[in-house]
Design a protein. Structure first.
Length: 146
């Protein structure tokens, strides 16, 4: 995956400063996943948030404005090749239709918003090996009849 130049700079400065996405999120009052989305240009920051990010990372102030631009979202039209990202694609290939059926049974005909949405990642310790817990919460949007 080809990363935008700004992403490379942000990630390099984050590593150099020894910061985590959690650290940056706490400084901003935001979730770590949202911060990572800004770094990877899947979300945009307010000018104040962008200034805090570049200041915290010791980057030039002029980078702030770039973080406020509306990003082009998505991974592209191809099947993802990164193994971790691919697993989410695979999960949707295997469980997408069952998940859709259960959501429709509980809510009716509609979709889950990816705009009015939160995403959290938690680590669950488990004797058989630590587990990744992904919590997605999106507003239900029923299809309208006209």
């Amino acid at each position: 995956m080809q990363l935008p130049e700004i992403t490379t700079r942000l990630l390099g400065a984050k590593k150099e400063k020894g910061l985590s996405f959690t650290d940056i999120g706490k400084a901003l009052g935001r979730d770590e996943v949202w911060v990572a989305a800004v770094f990877y240009r899947q979300a945009s920051a307010s000018l104040d948030e962008a200034r805090k990010i570049v200041d915290l990372l010791g980057l030039p102030a002029e980078l702030s404005e770039a973080l406020t631009e509306f990003p082009t979202k998505g991974l592209g039209p191809l099947v993802p090749t990164d193994p971790l990202v691919y697993r989410f694609y695979e999960i949707m290939q295997v469980y997408g239709m069952p998940l859709k059926a259960v959501i429709h049974e509980k809510f009716g005909d509609g979709i889950m918003s990816a705009i009015d949405f939160t995403l959290h990642v938690e680590k669950e310790e488990h004797p058989g090996g630590d587990r990744v817990k992904v919590i997605m919460s999106g507003k239900f949007l029923p299809y309208k009849k006209w």
